[in-house]
Design a protein around this ligand. Sequence first.
Ligand code: ZN
Length: 311
Amino acid sequence: MNWISEWALPKIKTLFGAPREVPENLWHKCPACEQMIFHRDLERNLHVCTHCGHHMRVGARTRMDYTLDEGWQRIELPKAPQDPLRFRDQRRYVERLREAQAKAGQEDAVVVAHGSIEGNRVVAAAFEFSFLGGSMGAGVGEALVTAARLAVLQDAPLIVFTASGGARMQEGAISLMQMPRTVIATRMVKEAGLPFIVVLCDPTTGGVTASFAMLGDIQIAEPGAMIGFAGARVIEQTVREKLPEGFQRAEYLLEHGILDLVVKRGEMRATLARLIGLLRTPERVVAPPPAEPVAEPLPALPAPEGPAVPA
Ligand SMILES: [Zn+2]
């Protein structure tokens, strides 16, 4: 005991009162440059590192907040069969699923919403990577079918933000069936003459890349996003070759013609609004009216040669 603990500390405590409740993790470490960023700065900068510009992963609802106008509405999704195969590894799949549902506060790995972007009506779907790696099972398939149907119903473009490890292995063949299912769903949007835009976020791999995610009318990605089918290490081991620098990154794919645009998170709203405006506004240039067809009498057909056929 000394004068600090006996006298100074109680004085300080009474002076400042009880310690205020402070949120945990006030500082975040950037996984790319390892610099510390204050949580308010990070939120203000849309979870993009203020030092190196690294785009951190964000949840589905945060993604909607960042992209859609205020007042967007989440759509209730139809129930999908839970654990149809009664799958079990070290734990039961249904347990893992319930745990993920409780943590994320949603039924499965995709959130569907309708709203607008700078006044342009849209239907949006966003993957939640923290929900079992954003993997695609029956629930995700159902969500994408619902989003596509809603887009057609509302005559609105469909925008999907992907972030997925691929098919959900615990649902076996049922998860693989979601690949053609989501492709057919997004075809409905295209057949209705509506834009289908895909924004590939970090990471988008496996069965999601191999299905609807590569079929957008416009393919956008966030900077530095990892996009591929199999992982780089698996490919390296298979082809026994060293892969080039930046392989499977958004910038590399843009250079090689797989993507149309790489857009920073801060510019995503404006870019999407501009694209929708361009795709949805009727052509302003009025084409000259087609010339009146001039009715000319057809030349008389020559009489068939040869003997006339008796009636
Ligand atoms: Zn950084």
